[in-house]
Design a protein around this ligand. Structure first.
Ligand SMILES: [Zn+2]
Length: 259
């Protein structure tokens, strides 16, 4: 090729770090893989020949792999042309407990984010959380911290310090929790949300620790299994509420686009 006809590499090719969130078999031997990246957020790419036994690219794009990718811009999906593993996260595919928690993290991110929205802090949170799981840190702790931090980074940080209904400062008593309103409500306002649930003082303390001091501070506290269940229930309820709302708004958008 002469210099005139050559297409400059940087127009079609770009390099990015990526973490695999999910994958789907496609065609004879290809895969469509959803990745999360530092500068381009979440998007889908195609890995040609990924399912062939001696695939050069496939192993770098397995579930939860953190890799550097060289991508070629495609008409619909960008195509992987080269890949190198940074962290294989082997344990997340072989240890059932770690696999379950990593899958939950990936699914939350998938559901709560739109395509190609840059959020480097979320990439860092995901990378750090998967590394802790890989290192064998308590999966319950890693996952609850991830949920809390993800909510905060997406602008959904639950209110813990003032009643979300009347604004009064919350005291050290059991308060109610409203996923619909987005946080704790004082005993006087409980009727503001018929679907609210009570949340114990201990659970509120752990959530405040996540909020103010992060995972290391919570790791120093011994949390009994009943309390773990309560915290998981509160965060799970809020996440479910948000994902249903997000899915609902997507439905509305699709209806508008179709009409
Ligand atoms: Zn109130």
């Amino acid at each position: 090729m002469t210099e005139k006809t050559a297409i400059p590499l940087n127009e079609r090719l770009y390099r990015t770090e990526a973490i695999v969130l999910s994958r789907l078999d496609y065609g004879e031997a290809d895969r469509i893989v959803t990745v999360y990246t530092p500068r381009r957020g979440k998007f889908r790419i195609i890995v040609k020949g990924a399912r062939k036994p001696l695939s050069r690219l496939g192993p770098h794009l397995d579930f939860f792999c953190r890799s550097t990718l060289l991508l070629a811009k495609g008409r619909e999906l960008d195509v992987v042309s080269d890949a190198a593993t940074i962290a294989p996260h082997e344990r997340l595919r072989t240890d059932l407990d770690a696999l379950g928690h990593a899958s939950h993290m990936a699914e939350m991110l998938n559901r709560l984010t739109d395509d190609r929205q840059e959020n480097e802090a979320i990439f860092d949170l995901l990378a750090q959380s998967l590394r802790l799981l890989e290192d064998g840190v308590d999966p319950w702790l890693v996952t609850r911290h991830y949920e809390w931090a993800l909510l905060a980074l997406l602008g959904y940080r639950p209110e813990l310090y003032q009643c979300i209904s009347c604004g009064a400062e919350l005291h050290g008593v059991p308060n109610a929790w409203s996923s619909r309103l987005g946080g704790a409500i004082c005993p006087l306002c409980r009727s503001a949300d018929a679907g609210s649930r009570m949340v114990s003082l201990d659970a509120q303390k752990i959530l405040r620790l996540f909020d103010r001091q992060g995972i290391a501070a919570v790791a120093r506290v011994k949390i009994a299994s009943a309390l773990r269940g309560e915290i998981e229930g509160v965060l799970g309820d809020y996440l479910r509420h948000l994902t249903e709302r997000e899915l609902g708004s997507m439905k509305v958008l699709r209806a508008i686009q179709q009409s």
